[in-house]
Design a protein around this ligand. Structure first.
Ligand SMILES: Cc1cc2nc3c(=O)[nH]c(=O)nc-3n(C[C@H](O)[C@H](O)[C@H](O)COP(=O)(O)O)c2cc1C
Length: 250
């Protein structure tokens, strides 16, 4: 059995899964472990929607820009910031909830992400593969409709889960010194930026990315294509609308 440090150090995102099912007992174990994650004030202001039905996956797929993991993974988990349940408990117990604000959304989102990541580590420790889907926040409004999420609930991330049918090459990380600051933040000089990003820029994958997208630099692939300003503004407006309609901007 591989030790836990090796599992963490050897991990990589898995986007292809075998047809072997993930049984309910195992999934339940992962969710129990996930729910041991730290949670704000022990309120557990999150919910997890399990998708196993093929029809639901097909309905969900376009909302994730047809990323194939949605229909191919045996399990899809949608992690939501959820004050709905907690608000209901408060009201039943003569307590006035004050959670219809932006801070509470962030609280629920942090809780949801912590439980998501803990489920992911639990899954990877059992040999399963996972992939996060950031598309959840782009189309949160459509996911809300499809999954019938009430006011107080916003999906914040999605994870596809299954037995790995691939072992992709591990992708780079910035050197540790690039992300660590001791006691106080030391701002980056141009020389440091050059140094920290050199390895990433030199990799074969990055070169391919730059060439395929007909760009001059790797950074341009991010700013002009993958995470461009126009999309960011467009989806920000939608997400702000979702925060309003789900009752977090009162
Ligand atoms: C919040 C979040 C959203 C992500 N969204 C996607 C996604 O929509 N599609 C995808 O294929 N991978 C997605 N990923 C996976 C990242 O691309 C992946 O973690 C990153 O490239 C590093 O690769 P590694 O996990 O194999 O180390 C996402 C990861 C995170 C944390």
């Amino acid at each position: 059995m591989t030790n836990f440090s090796d599992i963490l150090l050897d991990r990589r995102t898995i986007r292809k899964y075998t047809s072997e099912p993930v049984d309910d007992k195992l999934l339940n174990e992962l969710l129990v472990m996930g729910c041991r994650a730290s949670t704000t004030g022990n309120m557990q202001v999150y919910s997890i929607i399990i998708t196993r039905e093929q029809q639901m996956k097909s309905d969900l797929a376009p909302l994730h820009f047809n990323q194939k993991m949605i229909t191919e993974a045996p399990v899809v988990l949608t992690f939501c910031a959820d004050f709905n349940r907690f608000n209901k408990w408060c009201l039943l117990r003569k307590a006035e909830p004050g959670y219809d604000n932006f801070l509470s959304f962030i609280t629920g989102a942090i809780d949801a992400l912590l439980v998501a990541q803990t489920v992911c580590i639990a899954a990877e420790s059992k040999g399963l593969g996972i992939c996060y889907l950031g598309t959840t926040t782009y189309n949160a409004h459509k996911i809300i409709d499809l999954m019938k999420l009430p006011k107080g609930v916003i999906p914040v991330t999605t994870v596809t889960l299954g037995w790995p049918a691939e072992k992709p090459i591990q992708v780079d990380r910035l050197p540790l010194e690039a992300v660590i600051h001791k006691e106080r933040y030391v701002d980056y000089s141009n020389e440091n930026i050059e140094k920290y990003y050199a390895f990433k820029e030199r990799s074969e994958d990055s070169q391919k990315f730059v060439d395929e997208n007909k760009k001059e630099t790797l950074a341009q692939v991010f700013t002009d294509i993958r995470y461009n300003k126009a999309d960011n503004i467009y989806f920000s407006k939608i997400l702000l609308g979702v925060l309003k309609s789900q009752g977090f901007l009162e």
